[in-house]
Design a protein. Sequence first.
Length: 190
Amino acid sequence: MPVIDTTDARAVILVEGDSDRLAVEALAARRRRDLSGEGVGVLAMGGATNIRRFLERFGPRGLDVTLAGLYDDAEEQGVRRALEWAGLEVGKSRAELERVGFFACVDDLEDELIRAVGADAVLELVESRGEVGPFRTLQKQPEWRDRPLDRQLRRFLGNASRKITYAPLLVEALDLTTAPKPLDAVLASV
């Protein structure tokens, strides 16, 4: 997807990292949406703690474009404070954050995608990419040996390079009727 000049964007979706950006863009493509053509930018912030810098540029005191975003539920209070700082009324509930276009992923987007695709299907994807050996090594580690398959997969896919590789692959593997709510909702909000 071509990168748009965000100074001309009508809307910006803020996400924590590049894997989240790739997942949003992949779902948009599967939903036959041309975000760039619609004037929607998807920006990876390099972590939720950087949100203020992006709100300063794109929020009510900056370019004042339509804002939306994804965040990990552990980051909710920081996101809420930053949105309030930017001048958005977000109240105290998650529903109020969603009303202004910001959606929590439980625990993170990879976890949402693994649940939506299904652990067995994700394992098949790992096998098809020739990475079952390293995954089996992780499963043998004492800390991970007795954990459920979905937790093991989340840990395995959790490193930066795998996240970036697997995010669009997991979206491609989705049954679109079971796409994670936060991912679908952030797209619907712009």
